[in-house]
Design a binder for this molecule. Sequence first.
Ligand SMILES: [Zn+2]
Length: 166
Amino acid sequence: MKCPRTGTVLKTIKVGGIKVEVSESCGGVFFDNFELDNFKSSKDPRGNALVNHLKQFSKSLPNERERISCPKCSDTVMMRRYYSPLKVIEIDECPGCAGIWLDTGELEKMQDNELSERELALLRAYMVEKNTAPTIDSPKHRFMPTQESSRMEKVLELAMNVVRWY
Ligand SMILES: [Zn+2]
């Protein structure tokens, strides 16, 4: 398999028993279907290990916004889509094999924007009550303890563009 950004050969590494394909020329990474689930949390040692491994190859590329072909099924163009309801991270996903390509820094960004169960619950309750996506101007919610409000503000800010929670 070749790096869709640089054309160099991807290196297969094993992290916590799971194989991923790493580009040592740009710090991008390819995951087979569902493999990403094992790495998306910063609390998971595997997630940490992979982010640290990728960092040493990190290089921003001029063609990062260009559409790419799947490293696995090379004649299939990958689709860009938002990773989560919080539209912070765009990922490239193959419509053929459901593999996912992340450019350099994207896994780390994904982990930084991970919401805790409690934050998800607060956000869900907020949205159900408002029956809408929250906006940055929304008044602070009464069930939100003060010490959590600044973090929640960030969460709400991220969620501003949410169209549909599920
Ligand atoms: Zn594919």
